[in-house]
Structure formats: C-alpha cells, structure tokens
Design a protein around this ligand. Sequence first.
Ligand code: FAD
Ligand code: FES
Length: 264
Amino acid sequence: MVADVPANIVQQEQVGPGQYRLTLYAPAIASYAVPGQFVYIRCADSLDPLLRRPLSIHGVNRKEGKLFLLYQVVGRGTALLAARRRGERLGVMGPLGRGFTLPEPGRRVILVGGGIGVAPLVFLGHELVQRKNQVCLLVGARSADQLPVGKKGYTVPFDHAVATDDGSCGHHGSVTDLLEKMLAGEGADMVYACGPRGMLRQTALLLVRYNVPGEFSLEERMCCGVGACLSCVCKTAGNGGKPFEYRRVCVEGPVFRTEQLVWD
Ligand SMILES: Cc1cc2nc3c(=O)[nH]c(=O)nc-3n(C[C@H](O)[C@H](O)[C@H](O)COP(=O)(O)OP(=O)(O)OC[C@H]3O[C@@H](n4cnc5c(N)ncnc54)[C@H](O)[C@@H]3O)c2cc1C
Ligand code: FES
C-alpha cells in the first residue's frame, strides 16, 4: 500500500562528506516497505523545486514506525534536504517500486554496493540475515572518507569488505575485484548490486562468467514516480520477438534481474 504522508524528521546525521543518514517517523510507510523499494521526497516546503527526489529505503524499524534513508548531496534537492532539521516535516510518498526477490533461507548471498548505492543493500542485508542467509556486503568508494558504511562509526552486523580507488581503506582497486575473488573462491548463490552504471555492467559480466543469478537496483531521473510520465525508462530485453523494450524504473523497477538489462 502506498502512502503520501507528512513525516517528522527524527534525526539527520552527517556520516561523511556530503553524506547523510536521515531517520523519519513514517509508520504507514515503514510497515509495508520491503528492501529495494524507494520513497519519493519533497525536499523543501515550497513548490520549488517542483519535483520530488527518489531515495532508496535504507532500513526500517517497524515497531517504532521509523524509516532510514542514506543519501549523498549532489545538487539542489539533496542540498535542501540536508538543511532540514529534527522536528521538521517532509512530504514522503512510498513505499514505491518493485523490491528485491529474496532467496531461500541458507543461501549464500553477496551484496555489491558502489558508493551511496549501498543504501538499499543494507536494508536487504538485515532482512537476509533474519531469514538465515549467509550475507557478505562488498562496498566500493573513491577513498576511505567517501565510504558511506563499513567504516568506524557505521558498520553493519554482517560480513563486509571494502575497496577504495586510492587504497586508503581495504582493497586498493575496484569493488568488482573483490566480487571476482569471491565468485572464483567460495562462490555465491545470488548477487544483488546497486551503484554506478559502469560498476553494474562489470558485475553483470562477472555473473555471466561465473553463472550466478543477480538482481540490480537502477537509478534514473524521475518526474512523476508512479508510472505516468515515462521519464525514467531504461532499455531492457524484449518479449515476443521484440529485440528490446523500455521499462519504467519507478514501477517495473528499480530492481531488475540481470538478464533483463541491456548494456549498450
Ligand atoms: C530509485 C532510486 C533510488 C535512489 N536512491 C538513492 C539513495 O538511496 N541515496 C542517494 O543519495 N541517491 C539515491 N538516488 C539518486 C537521487 O535520487 C538523486 O541523487 C537526487 O534525485 C538528485 O537530486 P538533486 O536535486 O540533489 O540533484 P540534481 O540537481 O537534480 O542533479 C545533480 C546531479 O545528479 C544527477 N542525478 C539527478 N537525479 C538522478 C537520479 N535519479 N539518478 C542518478 N543521477 C541523478 C544529475 O544527472 C546531476 O548530475 C536514487 C535514485 C533513484 C531513481
Ligand atoms: S517517473 Fe514517471 S513513469 Fe517513472
């Protein structure tokens, strides 16, 4: 069930340069949200900016009615959001979109997050651990200070490893190097990923090479958020003899199976 509610800001914490973790009181959304879904947020009280901004659900506390978001300031909307303070209210619509498919209990799962793309994977990791899956989260960032999670002050209660482009923390190189090492070693039954397109593309190639199924959460610019405007379409494999077709990330996604995606 989708709700559009004024949600109280419970906490707004800076967790890195331009990175924030936002806690909202939104029981109507927290009680229905599943990992991979997102909310559509009005960042300011005014009509400017007119469009809401989509953010993945980073976690929930259903008992306390809380919703957690993790975001990076990249432009006007997210800068306005970062300026909002505890006790203020935000217009929040959700939960929206199609979430991740969960594997059978006991399966070995790898989560691959590039930068702030780790946001929905932490929610997924918590859910998978509760379902008795073996979970390992791999997080990549440009440098140690850009790591949104997996660092002192914000760790996760399941196995995790980090990679940084400059070698300032964890593996010196890309998060997909870590993934390849794991797939070639202990292997995995399922891989979930979210992050920059280049990282997703490289992950998709590895999944084909090691014959492991995967689901990716995509990010596209959105206008309506509910399937009406087609601004968020992505190219996917076609059905019924069509070479490809466009699907709306806001309703048919943001989560897609790897074999559905077209990478040109
Ligand atoms: C389903 C979904 C879930 C998302 N989850 C998160 C999340 O959990 N945390 C987070 O930090 N961000 C997330 N994003 C991206 C976030 O929505 C954008 O960063 C935000 O809308 C930018 O708004 P802005 O006004 O600050 O920037 P703008 O001024 O609108 O744009 C600044 C820059 O960001 C790029 N950008 C803007 N919107 C998007 C977008 N939707 N996808 C990719 N690039 C964009 C622009 O091309 C531009 O380069 C998600 C996007 C989608 C579609
Ligand atoms: S944002 Fe309008 S159809 Fe997806």
